[in-house]
Design a binder for this molecule. Sequence first.
Ligand code: DGJ
Length: 730
Amino acid sequence: MGIFYEEATKTFHLQAGDSSYVMQVVDNGFLAHLYWGRKVEKYQSTNRQPIVSRSFSGNPSSAIDRGLSLDTLPQEFPVYGTTDYRAPIVQVQLENGTTITDFRYDSHRIFPGKPLLEGLPATYIEEKEEAETLELQLSDRLSGLKAELLYTVYHKRAVIVRSIRLVNNGTHSLRLLRALSTSVDFRDDEFDMITLPGAWAKEREIERFPLRRGTQSTESRRGASSHQQNPFLALARKDTNEQHGDVYGFSFVYSGNFLAQAEVDQFHTTRVLMGINPFDFSWKLEAGEVFQCPEVVMVHSHEGLGGMSRTYHDLYRSRLARGAFRDKERPVLINNWEATYFDFNAEKIESIAAAGRELGIELMVLDDGWFGKRNDDKTSLGDWFVNEEKLPDGLENLAARVRDMGMEFGLWFEPEMVSADSDLYRKHPDWCLHVPNADRSESRNQLVLDFSREDVCITVTKMVMDVLSNAPITYVKWDMNRHITEIGSAQLPADRQRETAHRYMLGLYSVMERITTSFPHILFESCSGGGGRVDPGMLFYMPQTWISDNTDAVSRLKIQYGTSLVYPVSSMGAHVSDVPNHQVHRITSLKMRGDVAASGNLGYELDLTKLSDQEKEEVKKQVAVYKEHRSLIQFGDFYRLLSPFEGNETAWICINKEKTEAILSYFRVLDAPNPPLRTIKAYGLHPEKMYIIQETGELAGGDELMYAGIVIPPSLSGDFASAVFHLKEV
Ligand code: DGJ
C-alpha cells in the first residue's frame, strides 16, 4: 500500500485503499495517465495505449514517435498549444502576450504524510502513517513557471487528493488565465455524469445523464459554491447503482467560483477537469511568487454510489472537519427564526428557551435581528452590537439567563455583509465589493463586504470576536444571504481586478480560521440562505451546515438524500418546523417531520410555547429517542435504500461502525388505495449477526434483513407517513 516508483519504466503506482492510480513519464517528459480503478497488486501495463498516428493530431517537435500526440495521449497535466486541443488544466500568459506553455517532468519526491495548503482548507492526517504524498515537479520551458503536482493517497481509504502549486521561477511576471486543480483522462466515454444542481430551497437534486461528445459541465460564477450547483461531479458506469459498480467522484475543497467538467473528444475518451472557475479569473504572478490551487478529493468506488458516499463521509467527518465538535455528539437545538422572524424581545426568547428546556432541548439559538436597529432585512448588517430596544439588558444578560435554565446559547451572524443603512457603511462606503461608476446591485437589501481587503477582514474579525468574548456563547450560525455582483475591489490595481473573487475567498478563509480557532468551545454551523455554501471548504472551518431554508419534511427527503451523496450526516442541520410549512405551505404530520429531522442533526424551529400538550409530549419523546441514538446517526455509516427522486417513497439506514445497531427510516409521501406491499432491504448490516427489531420484537439474522428485507406494516396509512425501525444485535 502506498506510492511505488519504478525507475526503469518511470512509472508511478499509487495505491489508496482498494484502488490504484498509475501514471508514467513518457517520451521527452510528458506525464501520461495509465490507470485509475480497482486496486491491482502489481501493474504491468497490459492496458498500455498503442501508439497510433491519427490525422490532424500533431506531434510535439520533440516526439520520438510520429504516433505521439498530446491530442491522443491520456495525460496528468495537459496544457494548451502543443498539439492537445482538449481543455487544458492551466493556461498562462507570458510577458510577450503569448499563451503557449510546454511543461515537462523534472523530478519527484515521495514522502510520508500530507502537507497542508497555505491559506486554504484541506483534508489532513493525524498520524504520518495514514497517508503518503507524491510531489511531481514539472517546468515550462517557455516561461520558467514550475508546477508542483501533489498527489496524496490515504492508505486505508480509496482517496487520492490532488492539488497544484505554481511557482514563477522565471524573471518576468506572468498571468495565470486558468489554474485548475485536477485533470483525469479516461480511456472511454461509457459513463453517466452525476451532478448536484438545485436552487434556493431545493438544493442538491441528483442529476444523472449519459456523457455525450463535447463538453458538459457544472460551475458557479456566483462568488459562492451556491445552491445552484455544487462543487462535485462523478462519473459512474452505466450499470452502477447504490450498491454495485464503478464510480469516480471529484469533490472540490473550495467555496467560491468553480468549474467541473467532462469533455468527450473525437476518440470517445473523456477528460475531467476541476478547479477555480477560469471565468472572470486571472492572477498576476510576479517572479518568485507562488499560486496555490485548492485541492480536489478524488474517490474511486467499485461498490456503487453508496460506497463512494461513505468514503467521502468518513474522510470529511474525520479528516476535513476539525475542532472540538468534530467527534462530539451535536446538541439538539431550538432556533427562533421561523418562530418569530425579526419580531422578538428578550422575554419571548426566554420563553421559547424555557419551553425547549422542558422538552429536553439543549441549545437556544438566537437568529437574525439581535443587533443594530435590525427589525427587518433592510438595515444594520455590519453593526455587530446589541439591539437595545429588543434586548435592553444586553446579550450577555440574555445568554446568561438562558444558561441558568440549563441550556446553551447560540447566536446568528452574517459577517460578510453590510447594509447600506448601517454605521459601518456610512463610515466606509468603499468597503463593499464594487466597481467605480457602476451601480451597486443589492440583494436582500444588502451589499457584500470586500473580504479581499485586509483592513475589512481585521475589522469584521474584531467585531465578531468581541461579541463572542463577551457573552457565554457556545454555538454560532454563520450566514451569507446573497451572491456577488459588481466584483471589484477599491484596493486592487487595474491589472489585478480579476483576482478579486479568489482573494475574497482567501480573506474569508483567513477570517474563519482566526475566529473558529480562537473559540474552540463554540460549535460553528455555516449557512447561506440555507444550503448555498454546502461544500468541503466550509466543512474545514465549520463541522455542520444548515443545508436548506426549506424545512418542509417532504422537500427535505430529497435535500437530505441528495446532500448525502457527498456530505456526512454529521454535517447536516435538520429542523422540525411548524405547519402549514412556511416555504411550501404543506401540512405534514409531526411524526414525519420528527423522523426526517432526526436523520440529521436534530433541531426545532417553531414557537414551542404554542404547542399543545399532546404535541409537547410527542416532541419530548422525539428528543429523548434521538439523544439515545444520536451518536449512531451522526457518526455511523449511511446507506441510501429508496430514492425520493424515483418515486413516492424514501428509505435510508444508519448503522454504527460495529454493525451492532441500526436505524432504518422509511417515508411515504402520498397514500393510495390498494398500495403495493413494500419490503425494505436493510443493506449494510452484518450478515452473520442476529438482530432484534425493537418495534416488533422480531429476531432475525442480518442476512435475512438484508436479502429478504423488512416489510412495511400495511397499517401505515395516510399521506406523509413514516416508520422507523431500531435494530440491535442480540
Ligand atoms: C437565511 C437562513 O438560512 C435562515 O435560517 C435565517 O437565518 C435567515 N437567513 C435570517 O436572516
